[in-house]
Design a protein around this ligand. Structure first.
Ligand SMILES: *Cc1c(COP(=O)(O)O)cnc(C)c1O
Length: 395
């Protein structure tokens, strides 16, 4: 059976006859007698103990997500960053090296470099698609490798199975942040990754209502993360889990429309005379088309492009949009626009911006569920304004 179908029909742990999965807003649970309390606490029998670490709504979400990622188990957290925190504290110790793919979410790099750096963990960034650089970096005997594929905003691709072989040969764990594609469009565990991570407030929620995180993988890999959750309290609320469980039911249908729209917009932008470069996984000229076709089931709704005329033109374009919203999030019904060089990547030095291709004319769109003609109308009129601005500057 298709994984999405299985997820839709995942049974709610505390049954009843409610057709839609209900929500279990409770902090604690009744035990029949002292023996049962003792057995549940020790883990001898399965059952809920306290919602810091067990709750039916949260478990329901975790089990559905695990099914969709084609694996055994998952553990939910208060946010994507809380999931990254759990990952490091569970799987790293003082003196360990970590490799981070360049282009990984900025706050992830900051967390690992700045905070874990203070505890003697060394994080090194490696160009995501540079095989020689990876081979060289593995000489530092890293314990863990964190990657995102495709990267955001430039849609570079990591070869997950190649990296997983390299990681296995060197005794390192490979963790893939799959937020951008969702389990509908890529299943990294099928390509040899050890763990897959999501910031769930993006496509899994799909309507920008919640903040959350989840990690999925084999039971033996998830169990230590659950132990950390029990002691740290970085848990997802039952309400968030309930929203996300219902979000998973419509994920496949929503992703199809996100991608259909993104393809139309990417093609329209590519044929526009005043746009230098379009970055998207649809782009036939993408250097990694072969990897994309073997490792991805579908494409990314995030696309980026460069306007002529640098920051002035880019800002004029952004400020001229009438419908598309100025927002740095991804994975919403609404199409959103971002100027990476002065927001998400604003903390990069000029040198880093150049190295990683974050130019002043770069604009990122995360395509939503509006009708594509309406999106094109808005983009077209904003480009006219941005071109006028550029002409005025030249004169
Ligand atoms: C948003 C995001 C995160 C951070 O997750 P939060 O839920 O905001 O803490 C991590 N990785 C990626 C790829 C993201 O887009």
């Amino acid at each position: 059976m298709d994984l999405s179908t299985l997820a839709i029909h995942q049974e709610y742990p505390q049954g009843g006859d409610s057709h839609a999965a209900p929500i279990s807003m409770t902090s604690a649970y009744d035990f029949v007698n002292a023996q049962e309390a003792s057995d549940r606490f020790s883990g001898l029998v399965e059952g809920n103990v306290y919602s810091r670490f067990t709750n039916p709504s949260v478990s329901h979400f975790e089990q559905k997500l695990a099914k969709m990622e084609n694996t055994e188990d998952a553990v939910a957290f208060a946010s994507g960053m809380a999931a990254y925190l759990a990952l490091a504290i569970t799987y790293l110790k003082q003196g360990d090296n970590v490799l981070l793919a360049s282009g990984i979410f900025g706050t992830t790099t900051h967390l690992y470099r700045q905070y874990f750096g203070e505890f003697g963990i060394k994080a090194t960034s490696v160009d995501v698609d540079d095989h020689r650089a990876w081979e060289k970096a593995f000489k530092t005997k890293p314990k863990m490798v964190l990657i995102e594929s495709p990267t955001n905003p430039l849609l570079k691709i990591a070869n997950i199975s190649w990296l997983s072989n390299l990681a296995k040969a060197n005794g390192a764990l490979l963790v893939v942040d799959n937020t951008l594609l969702s389990p509908v469009n890529q299943r990294p565990l099928d390509h040899g990754a050890d763990l897959v991570l999501h910031s769930t407030g993006k496509f899994i929620d799909g309507q920008g209502r919640t903040v959350g995180g989840v990690i999925a993988g084999k039971k033996a890999m998830i169990s230590p993360l659950k132990d950390f959750l029990r002691s740290s309290g970085t848990c997802m609320s039952p309400f968030t889990a309930w929203v996300l469980s219902h979000g998973l039911d419509t994920l496949k249908a929503r992703m199809a429309l996100h991608i259909q729209n993104a393809k139309i917009i990417a093609e329209w932008l590519s044929s526009h005379p005043n746009i230098n470069t379009v970055y998207s996984t649809f782009n036939q000229a993408h250097e990694q088309t072969d990897i994309i076709s073997t490792q991805q089931i579908g494409h990314s709704p995030v696309i980026s492009f460069e306007v002529c005329g640098g920051k002035e033109s880019a800002w004029q374009f952004i400020d001229s949009l009438k419908m598309i919203t100025r927002c740095t999030n991804i994975g919403d019904t609404k199409t959103m626009v971002t100027h990476p060089s002065t927001t998400t990547h604003g903390r990069y030095t000029e040198e880093e911006k150049q190295k990683y291709g974050i130019s002043d004319g770069l604009i990122r769109l995360c395509i939503g569920l509006e009708t594509s003609n309406d999106l094109i109308d808005d983009i077209e009129q904003a480009l006219v304004q941005s071109d006028k601005k550029q002409l005025r500057e030249v004169v």
